[in-house]
Design a protein around this ligand. Structure first.
Ligand SMILES: Nc1nc2c(c(=O)[nH]1)N[C@H]1C(S)=C(S)[C@@H](COP(=O)(O)OP(=O)(O)OC[C@H]3O[C@@H](n4cnc5c(=O)[nH]c(N)nc54)[C@H](O)[C@@H]3O)O[C@H]1N2
Ligand SMILES: Nc1nc2c(c(=O)[nH]1)N[C@H]1C(S)=C(S)[C@@H](COP(=O)(O)OP(=O)(O)OC[C@H]3O[C@@H](n4cnc5c(=O)[nH]c(N)nc54)[C@H](O)[C@@H]3O)O[C@H]1N2
Ligand code: SF4
Ligand SMILES: [Mo]
Length: 642
């Protein structure tokens, strides 16, 4: 029986249609017991009937009117080709596509690069930008260093800024909970207790902005207790002396007071990390919050390096990604600075490999990341192809992004439903969703899996693969002659050494890149000198964050499949902060910016307790959005107006 991969998150559980429209799980590399989470069961009914785009549309006289495919493709080619002819290839930008297959992402970046620009990106990088950036600079490719199975063997798991029990439940149960069952200590670092905290042995709730300080204090405890892995540090790392010097300036007592955590707990966790046989870190979007000085991912990598917890089983830096094919999109080269397989565009050998497959050499200078491209919309970026993303809502500042988009000469969007972005497009191309597609996706622990189409696209909707191939044939000087996604996958494997020998069916080769390896960097790191550098603790990281009111912590937004979501829209407050404001549980409250007097006001219901630390207010990203997109990060909460 054919099965496919869950479209909802990066764990990549296998499933097939069951009765009454629900999906049923099937054994797969990420769900070996065939389990699904509550979300995955909805895989075949992510969208309400009637919601899907079924016909291409082209803007005529201000209106989007339905047309046939040849007319729509002509219009897309004229619009994007016109911009290239008038302003050059760098006036075009290509935004894709963590909801799409790896082959589709491969075609998207091939299209961009053979048309002549490296201005291609996907938002998956933005969600995990600090973590992947630190990994790339210090270890190697932006991916989990270990595997889920391996994580299950750790004896201390440090979850920082993530809620995998809710967000990646099957991975959490299969790996983290299994480790905990087998006696591993689970430490959860988060300003707010969440579902993951229930399984944790220790919850450290540092003041927002002080994660790097807290993690550096753990390093200081390790050093003071003589628990540094000297052999590992000498053989595998660089920059230790400067780092050790920066640690010597830290005082655990004072630092813990700044971070608002118990100094004894910091000492206990620091010792446990130093003494642990295998210490694995799991990180989510909560490490992307910037505080002062050193970033959270950099501080965490310091701790893992200091204790020799990289390049060995039961350890590592385990980035729990979000969207189904985030990893595959990055692997396929949908990023401005790397060709397929994480090869820098500046590397002549990598460009030669691509040129050999494409007949056209990619440009040598890195392109611009999505944030810079958005800022240049209407200036030097004049035409954009968007494949499966919704920048108007996902970039946190709807008005600004709308204005930028309205400044474009040409906007071509492939999506599966009408969105705020398609509404502004010149050409809208109706795409298939993942369960209707062929191709492959790569999950968060680097496993490539094949999709089988188990549902029919509505109306004239077709896979992004067909759309991109058609655009490539007409816009690019390179051949886009792939009969099906398997041809594109074969080409990807030639261009990207990391994918060499990978078999998405797991029969003629391993599914996991590179080369089936569950634990990366056993011998050396993929850096120029093979060593992983320490990053000294920036003295700024020890300063107490100040300011008025409560720190607003906004939970992450659903990955675009609202039908399967239940959102907790209450404002979570600590009982001390609530008491000081005469607010009780379930009271209606008004939330406003603490500094910016004319910030928007958000109405919510208070949830009072001890789950959030004093001094913070937690609100889901959807209701918090009016505040977040105005840059409000400190709020005041009062009983509801009127
Ligand atoms: N305010 C706020 N903004 C956020 C976040 C937040 O917490 N708060 N979270 C961030 C995070 S973690 C993420 S991952 C992003 C998500 O941001 P986006 O990925 O931009 O948003 P989504 O709505 O998940 O998906 C984008 C579009 O892809 C379409 N789509 C789905 N499948 C396919 C397909 O197969 N083909 C095509 N062509 N289209 C498809 C969907 O219909 C949707 O319109 O948002 C980020 N932005
Ligand atoms: N059911 C469901 N599952 C999903 C998604 C979905 O929409 N629904 N989306 C998917 C996507 S796109 C993504 S990116 C992932 C997100 O997966 P996660 O990143 O695990 O999601 P969050 O629930 O936002 O967890 C982030 C945590 O970081 C904490 N946090 C916030 N600021 C800080 C800080 O400064 N320091 C620390 N230490 N913690 C902080 C928050 O309190 C929160 O508990 O989930 C994926 N899985
Ligand atoms: S854990 Fe993720 S991939 Fe697995 S069933 Fe749930 S949403 Fe789907
Ligand atoms: Mo995400």
């Amino acid at each position: 029986m054919d099965t496919t991969v869950c479209p909802f998150c990066a764990v990549g559980c296998r499933l097939a249609p069951g009765s009454d429209g629900r999906a049923v799980g099937h054994e797969g590399p990420a769900n070996p017991d065939g389990r699904l989470c509550a979300k995955g069961i909805e895989a075949f009914r992510a969208f309400d009937e009637g919601e899907r785009l079924t016909r291409p549309r082209v803007r005529r006289g201000g209106e989007l009117v339905p047309v046939d495919w040849p007319t729509a493709l002509d219009a897309a080619v004229d619009a994007l080709g016109g911009v290239r002819d008038a302003h050059g290839p760098d006036a075009l930008a290509f935004l894709g596509a963590p909801h799409c297959t790896t082959e589709e992402n491969y075609l998207l970046q091939k299209l961009a690069r053979t048309v002549g620009t490296n201005d291609v990106d996907n938002r998956a990088r933005a969600c995990h930008g600090l973590a992947t950036g630190a990994v790339r600079r210090r270890l190697g490719p932006p991916a989990m260093t270990n595997s889920l199975d391996d994580l299950a063997t750790a004896d201390l798991v440090l979850v920082v800024g993530a809620n995998p029990a809710t967000q990646q439940p099957v991975a959490f149960n299969g790996a983290v909970r299994t480790a905990a069952h087998d006696g591993a200590t689970l430490v959860h670092v988060d300003p707010r207790a969440n579902e993951t905290t229930r399984t944790a042995d220790v919850h450290l709730a540092p003041r927002p902005g002080t994660d790097a300080l807290l993690l550096s204090l753990l390093c200081a405890v390790v050093a003071e207790a003589g628990l540094v892995d000297r052999e590992f540090v000498a053989a595998r790392t660089s920059g230790f002396d400067a780092f050790a010097g920066s640690l010597a300036d830290l005082d655990v007592e004072r630092g813990a007071a700044v971070a608002g955590v118990d100094a004894d707990a910091v000492r206990a966790v620091g010792r446990a990390v130093g003494e642990g046989d295998g210490v694995a870190a799991v990180v989510g979007t909560g490490v992307e919050t910037t505080g002062l000085g050193t970033t959270t991912p950099d501080a965490l990598l310091n701790l893992l390096l200091l204790t020799g917890n990289l390049g060995r089983p039961g350890a590592g830096m385990n980035l729990f990604r979000g969207l189904a094919n985030e990893q595959g999109a990055v692997d396929a080269g949908c990023v401005p600075d790397a060709l397929p397989g994480h090869q820098p565009v500046t590397d002549p050998a990598a460009r030669d490999r691509a040129a050999e497959a494409w007949g056209v050499a990619p440009p040598a200078a890195p392109g611009r990341p999505e944030s810079e491209l958005l800022a240049a919309f209407g200036d030097d970026v004049r035409g954009v192809l968007v494949v499966g993303e919704n920048p108007v809502v996902s970039k946190r500042d709807r008005e600004w992004v709308t204005e930028r988009i309205d400044g474009l000469d040409a906007l071509v969007v492939a999506d599966v439903v009408e969105t705020e972005t398609t509404e502004r497009a010149d050409v809208v191309l109706p795409a298939s969703v993942a369960v209707e597609k062929r191709g492959t996706v790569t999950n968060l622990d680097r496993q490539v899996q094949r999709l089988h189409p188990l549902a029919d696209p509505p109306g004239a909707a077709r896979p992004d693969f067909a759309i991109l191939r058609a655009l490539g044939r007409r816009l690019s000087p390179a051949p886009f002659d792939h009969d099906d996604p398997a041809d594109a996958f074969a080409e990807l494997c030639r261009v990207a050494p990391a994918y060499e020998g990978i078999d998405p069916d797991g029969t003629d080769g391993p599914r996991r890149w590179p080369d089936g390896e569950a634990v990366l960097y056993r011998e050396a790191f993929a850096t120029d000198d093979g060593l992983a550098p320490f990053v000294p603790v920036d003295p700024d990281a020890t300063a107490a964050p100040g300011g008025e009111g409560l720190v607003l912590v906004a939970g992450s937004r659903a990955g675009g499949f609202a039908a399967a979501e239940r959102t907790d829209e209450r404002l979570h407050l600590h009982e001390d902060d609530a008491g000081a404001r005469a607010i009780e549980d379930d009271d209606p409250v008004t939330v406003v910016g603490a500094v910016d007097g004319d910030s928007p006001a958000v109405e919510a219901t208070a949830a009072v307790g001890t789950a959030v630390r004093p001094g913070t207010a937690f609100l889901h990203a959807d209701p918090a959005d009016p505040l977040v997109r105005r840059g409000v990060d400190r709020v005041e909460v009062r009983p509801a107006d009127g």
